[in-house]
Design a binder for this molecule. Structure first.
Ligand SMILES: [Zn+2]
Ligand SMILES: [Zn+2]
Length: 65
């Protein structure tokens, strides 16, 4: 049968293109909890990941010094 390979190409759509940004994984400098940019919000000011304890780079005094 001809045309079998064409069907394979059509079904080759992956769902992983849903994430626009790459997922960043880090840990909170305050409570040392592992956090990532997928499940936690990113701060608009410092672009850092805001931990569930409320800490981001904005509240890190040593950042940038
Ligand atoms: Zn934290
Ligand atoms: Zn911030």
């Amino acid at each position: 049968m001809k045309g079998g390979k064409l069907m394979l190409i059509q079904s080759d759509k992956n769902n992983e293109t849903e994430s626009k940004k790459p997922i960043r994984i880090t840990h909170c400098f305050n409570c040392k909890k592992n956090i990532n940019s997928q499940q936690w919000d990113e701060c608009d000011s410092c672009k850092g990941i805001v931990c569930s304890c409320g800490s981001c780079f904005c509240s890190w005094e040593n950042y940038g010094s």
